[in-house]
Design a protein around this ligand. Structure first.
Ligand code: GLN
Length: 561
């Protein structure tokens, strides 16, 4: 009998053998910082000269987080191509300094939508469409789809949720299969877990980690590296214990201790040789990392010379994640200014009148009014802007912040008492902020705003020009309403200055004030483009202006006493 040559059953599998894949899962509890762990691993690989990208798989059914409340989900991070994504994409971009696109952001919603559309087209030729294999195949397709033209040496995939969640099961099954099909040295699993310290008994507990790894192994995934979130460094005996029970070598049990700044995490990891462990496991060449820039940046954050207090007047202030990119932009801008930025969180609904506003904001050196949706808190934002305008306090308005600044100016400088945005009052006689014509015909909420990167032209001679030192800029947007050009000429006559415009669409992009030391508002979101060692110029100059204001105040107080 002639034995048939065995079939290569993986022949049609589209894994690209030259690209390596790292899957990052999380265990025990949510919120351990998987996004930052992925971004840090990305940083370590990039600092070794590898081309890296990071993608996220979120297990919820929404197509994207664009329709979710910031209270549910934190900030919606917007990419150049207009994708509305999870805030972790912001960490990825900030750490590895690469622009992501829609392929980097996956959700169960997108995956099911795709599979169901294919089913309706008849693509499955009569098959029963099931989670396995149809959903898992689509997940696997997306794992490699991000790697267009095999552009990357390493693709890092963050699996949202916590191991054990029902909804992340298809993702875990897909990565199990992916790993089986692509070979061990092409693909590793990094598991982020919690090692709690029990204060009353003074003990460090490894059991939750053991259980979490057990859950992973039940479904056929053996982690290669464990990142153990803990308050303190774990001693050798704990490393050995975790290694023994979780079936890994003690060297790959890495302490992920609480850090003073998130930017220190790649350094903490690399001190434990995480970078080399990863390249060894993936059969990549060992290379020396270049971490000098990051070390300097972390030193600048940790040892600032000056300090300023900047108020963020918003309506999602109980959940700081709703303003993640703004917080990080202040970290970047602070480092470049040698200044610690203390954020003073102000719930804008509390700024009910002038005296309350003065009371709450009297010690700040700058006021920021961020983006937002809906009328709640707008009155307080307008009160804060009035205070900044009348008293020369450095001010930055972002998106809704710009819209409120225009309304404030129209009401209190131009004297149009009922001036408003039509988002809040459709019947105003002075709709100084209004929907663009094409937005009036849009009814679906998901993915229909003016989204992503648009070019703008900065007007020479303005503060905006001083900030950018450039005429051509491109910034990311996420809004429906715009400055209404009908009222612009009169407002300009009264002292409003247009700092930047979109010539093609005839839209105002930035405004400022004639008689104010530093008052800037933009329709776009500069916070989405600030990165390590590349602070966004608007934030950098805002912090500089706040420091000047702070020193001036101190000088005045000294001369008075
Ligand atoms: N609600 C406003 C709009 O849609 C502002 C949006 C924002 O601040 N991102 O135009």
């Amino acid at each position: 009998m002639i034995l048939k040559k065995p079939k290569n059953i993986w022949k049609n599998m589209k894994t690209d053998k030259t690209t390596k894949y790292i899957f990052v899962t999380g265990g025990v509890i949510s919120g351990l910082g998987k996004g930052i762990a992925c971004a840090s691993i990305g940083y370590l690989l990039k600092s070794r000269g590898f081309k890296v990208t990071i993608q996220k798989f979120d297990p919820y059914i929404n197509i994207d987080p664009g329709t979710m409340s910031p209270f549910q989900h934190g900030e919606v991070f917007v990419l150049e191509d207009g994708s509305e994504t999870d805030l972790d994409l912001g960490h990825y971009e900030r750490f590895i300094d690469e622009n992501m696109n829609s392929r980097n952001s996956n959700t169960s919603g997108k995956i099911y939508y795709e599979v169901i559309n294919r089913e309706r087209r008849g693509d499955y030729l009569g098959a029963t469409v099931q989670v396995i294999p149809h959903i898992t195949d689509e997940i696997k397709r997306r794992i490699t789809a991000v790697n267009v033209n095999s552009a990357y040496d390493v693709v890092i995939c963050e699996i949202g949720g916590t191991v054990g969640d029902i909804e992340s099961q298809p993702f875990l099954e897909a990565i199990r299969q992916f790993r089986f099909e692509s070979g061990r040295s092409n693909c590793i699993n990094v598991h982020l877990t919690l090692v709690p310290y029990i204060e009353t008994s003074g003990e460090i507990k490894t059991k939750p980690t053991q259980h979490s790894v057990m859950r992973l192994r039940e479904i056929g995934i053996q982690p290669d590296i464990l990142l153990c979130r803990s308050k303190f460094h774990l001693d050798e005996s704990i490393h050995k214990k975790i290694a023994l029970f979780c079936n890994v070598m003690p060297e790959v049990v890495i302490d992920a201790i609480d850090a003073e700044t998130i930017y220190e995490i790649p350094l903490i990891f690399d001190q434990q040789r995480l970078g080399d462990q990863i390249t060894d496991l993936l059969n990549l060449p060992r290379r020396k990392p270049d971490l000098k820039d990051l070390e300097e940046f972390v030193q600048a954050i940790k040892n600032p010379r000056d300090e300023v207090n900047i108020a963020i007047c918003g309506k999602y202030t109980q959940l700081h994640d709703a303003y993640k990119s703004i917080i990080e932009s202040f970290n970047h801008a602070g480092a470049e200014n040698n200044t610690r930025v203390n954020i003073v969180w102000i719930e804008s609904e509390d700024l009910t009148n002038d005296s309350e506003t003065v009371n709450k904001l009297k010690n700040v050196d700058g006021i920021l009014v961020p983006g937002g949706f809906g009328e709640r808190g707008v009155k307080g934002k307008i009160n804060a802007i009035k205070l900044a305008r009348e008293n020369g306090i450095p001010f930055l308005g972002i998106c809704l912040g710009l819209q409120c600044a225009v309304v404030e100016f129209a009401r209190n400088v131009c004297g149009w008492k009922d001036a408003d945005s039509t988002e809040f009052n459709e019947n105003t006689q002075h709709p100084v902020i209004d929907l663009m014509e094409e937005q009036k015909r849009v009814f679906n909420k998901g993915g229909t705003m003016r989204l992503g990167a648009y070019a703008a032209e900065v007007v020479p001679g303005t503060l905006a020009y001083e900030i950018y030192k450039n005429k051509q800029i491109s910034e990311r947007h996420r809004h429906r309403y715009e400055v209404n050009n009908t009222y612009l000429a009169e407002m300009v006559k009264a002292g409003l200055v247009v700092g930047a415009v979109n010539k093609e669409l005839n839209l105002v992009e930035m405004i400022e004030l004639k008689n104010h030391p530093w008052f800037v508002a933009c329709q776009f979101h500069p916070e989405m483009k600030s990165r390590i060692n590349k602070a966004h110029p608007i934030f950098r100059e805002f912090v500089r202006a706040a420091r000047k204001y702070h020193n001036q105040k101190a000088e005045n107080a000294r001369s008075q006493s």
